[in-house]
Each structure stands twice: as structure tokens, then as C-alpha cells.
Write a protein that binds this ligand. Structure first.
Ligand code: SF4
Length: 215
């Protein structure tokens, strides 16, 4: 993507959705951390279904520790990889209680030290809960970054570093959500909906998908 196309690309996404939000339901940094941890290889809809039952019962690190791995597994067993997620969430909660007074830490290093929390999860928490301009590269952002030519890279980290360099500062805080939502609903994996894409004029992808016949 040409440099001069980057600002209009984001301005267009911003105009359509000025204050994008995560589709995961949460009301505290810990609820967000738990939801993101549960969301690996699962849909936000599936995670929300489980956390709507879990959070009224346990939404603090201490309450999750008290629930224990088996108790927690009962609430999240509809989510993929639930056994390892239950283990990680209980271990992470214990660390939060023992090392951080039951609070979610604000630094990347401390977040990444929690079991089950990688760079992507840490980036989401820093961005969504604490308003930092981090960009967590998930499968949607990886695809959109490469396909559009905005931030080509062979690994999520390469794409993340390229985005950090190329996204204008005024768009960085929300870039994560704009790109995810664009990838989830328009620039979809199998066949991008270029015919219905507001940013097609700025995107390098060729050939663009034509409108289906009869529309
Ligand atoms: S034009 Fe097509 S490939 Fe480019 S961003 Fe839009 S949907 Fe994706």
C-alpha cells in the first residue's frame, strides 16, 4: 500500500465506526483478561455465552482461584481447549493475587509472565483496558495487513512491527479494532468482499472480488 493511501484508508474506517469496541463482553480489566484468554481459537460469541454465566459467580482473581480448575471448567466447557484454558486462568489468577494484589498489571512484561498470556493477549489488554496504542495481530489483522499491502509480514510479530511503523499516530489507538472488524466482516478469509469494501481504492489486492451475479 502506498504511503499516501494509509491515512485515507484509516480515515474511511474511522468514518464508518468512530469508536470501535471489542465484541467481547467485560466490565473490568480482569474480566477482559479472562475473556481474551478464553478466546484463543474460539469465537467472541461463544466466549460471551460462557462468561455471562461465569462472571456473576466469579469475576475476580481470588474468586477464580476459589472456583478451582474443575469448577471453572464447568462454566467454559463449551469453548475449545477449555481444559488448558481453565488451568491457565486459575494459575494466572493465583499469580495476580500473590504478586499484584489481585489487580491486572499495566506492563507488557508482567502481563506476558502470566500463564496463557502471550504477546497478543497482552496487547489486547493494554489497548482495550488501559488505552495504550498497541496493535494485537490476530488472524484477521495478519490477513488484512498482508492482503492490502498495509503491513506485509511472514509472522504476526513482523506485521505488528510494520503496523507500528506505518499506522499514523492519530489512528493507532483504534487501528486494532478497525482492522479486526474489517477482516471479520468485509475482508474475510475465503473470498474478500471487495465489491462491498469502503477502502478498496487504497488496497493493493488484485484482482478485486467482483459483486456476485444478480446483486
Ligand atoms: S478491496 Fe478486497 S482485499 Fe482489499 S481490503 Fe477491501 S475486501 Fe480486502
Amino acid at each position: 500500500m502506498k504511503k499516501e493511501n494509509i491515512a485515507p484508508f484509516f480515515a474511511t474506517l474511522q468514518a464508518a465506526n468512530p469508536a470501535p469496541e471489542t465484541e467481547l463482553e467485560y466490565s473490568t480489566p480482569f474480566e477482559l483478561l479472562a475473556a481474551v484468554l478464553l478466546s484463543a481459537q474460539a469465537t467472541d460469541v461463544g466466549v460471551n455465552k460462557a462468561t455471562r454465566k461465569l462472571f456473576p459467580v466469579a469475576n475476580t482473581p481470588q474468586a477464580i482461584v476459589d472456583l478451582g480448575e474443575e469448577g471453572l471448567a464447568e462454566y467454559i466447557k463449551t469453548i475449545g481447549l477449555y481444559k488448558s484454558k481453565a488451568r491457565h486462568l486459575v494459575q494466572a489468577s493465583r499469580m495476580l493475587v500473590e504478586l499484584h494484589g489481585g489487580e491486572v498489571p499495566r506492563s507488557r512484561a508482567e502481563l506476558e509472565a502470566l500463564p496463557g498470556v502471550g504477546r497478543k493477549t497482552a496487547n489486547v489488554v493494554l489497548n482495550v483496558a488501559f488505552g495504550e496504542a498497541t496493535i494485537a495481530v490476530d488472524t484477521h489483522i495478519f490477513r488484512v495487513g498482508n492482503r492490502t499491502g498495509l503491513a506485509p509480514g511472514k509472522t504476526p510479530l513482523e506485521v505488528e512491527l510494520k503496523l507500528e511503523k506505518r499506522v499514523p499516530p492519530e489512528y493507532r489507538l483504534h487501528a486494532h479494532h478497525w482492522l479486526i472488524l474489517h477482516g471479520r466482516y468485509v475482508c474475510v478469509a475465503r473470498k474478500p468482499k471487495c465489491y462491498d469494501c469502503a477502502v478498496a481504492a487504497y488496497c493493493d489486492f488484485k484482482p478485486k472480488t467482483p459483486a456476485p451475479k444478480g446483486t
